[in-house]
Design a protein around this ligand. Structure first.
Ligand code: ZN
Length: 264
């Protein structure tokens, strides 16, 4: 058994290079800001990857050693290669955890895992967000009060077009009146997925202690409980575990062999 949880923080890392306003808040990039506060936990082994790296830093070998993948993207979702999305999806189905942050709701990998548009309403007006903890016994809510506030946030409003979450941990209210399901959990295959709303690139959201606590808790929650490879196969079990009594029915077989979701 591994003694540490391997965390890979993926950031498209475009805003920070192109916009001074973003660089002012996250001089080394959002991924490095997240790595800094997670790095205080000796149970975590933390690395980062960015869009411009070969295979976006998400090679098969690297993903095979990753327990929890964090995803931040905004303006370059369409630059992520479909082959890499396929690979990440498979690892989630095998047991890897995925934490999707803020504008990652429109990332290819999140939309793939949800199967819906993942659309929402939005407004940039530096408004107050009050985040209500609606499932206080959930591990991701550990150490938080009844609610916490972010004084200047981008608004995300319902309807958030995602499948009904398996567990809803946070519900946000915004100064302008909208509400949003801002902390949602799903299971896909053997992997756990958590979506967390706050994190607009020009606001210091990832410097907030409560936001840091949520992401930290989520990493531990999303860590794999099992890793099961070959999940895309559907084996034909010709030899049964116990004898099957002879039947006298004559039912024809079409002889179709299933493999990886495709009929060969
Ligand atoms: Zn934003």
């Amino acid at each position: 058994m591994k003694d540490k949880i391997s965390v890979l923080i993926w950031n498209e890392f475009v805003h920070e290079r192109e916009h001074e306003a973003v660089r002012a808040v996250y001089p080394k990039g959002i991924h490095e800001a997240i790595a800094a506060f997670l790095g205080t936990d000796a149970q975590l082994h933390i690395e980062s990857a960015t869009l411009d790296q070969s295979e976006h830093g998400l090679t098969a070998e690297r993903l095979a050693h990753t327990d929890v993948l964090l995803w931040w993207g905004h303006m370059a979702h369409d630059k992520v290669a479909d082959s890499v999305v396929d690979r990440v999806q498979l690892r989630i189905l095998e047991g890897m955890g995925l934490i999707v942050l803020h504008s990652g709701h429109y990332s290819k990998i999140f939309r793939r895992m949800m199967g819906t548009t993942c659309s929402l309403k939005w407004r940039e007006a530096e408004e107050l967000e009050r985040i209500w903890v609606v499932e206080p016994s959930h591990p991701i809510a550990a150490g938080l009060g009844e609610h916490f506030e972010l004084p200047h946030e981008e608004m995300y409003g319902e309807r958030f077009d995602v499948p009904t979450p398996d567990e809803l941990v946070f519900l946000s209210w915004f100064e302008g009146g909208e509400v949003f399901r801002s902390g949602c959990c799903w299971t896909r295959g053997h992997g756990r997925i958590f979506y967390f709303r706050p994190g607009h690139e020009t606001y210091p959201t990832y410097h907030d202690k409560n936001v840091q606590k949520v992401i930290h808790n989520a990493v531990h929650w999303a860590a794999p409980r099992v890793t099961i490879t070959g999940v895309e196969n559907s084996p034909n079990i010709v030899v049964p575990l116990s004898p099957i009594a002879p039947k006298h029915a004559h039912i024809a077989k079409a002889g179709v062999v299933q493999h990886g979701g495709k009929n060969l």
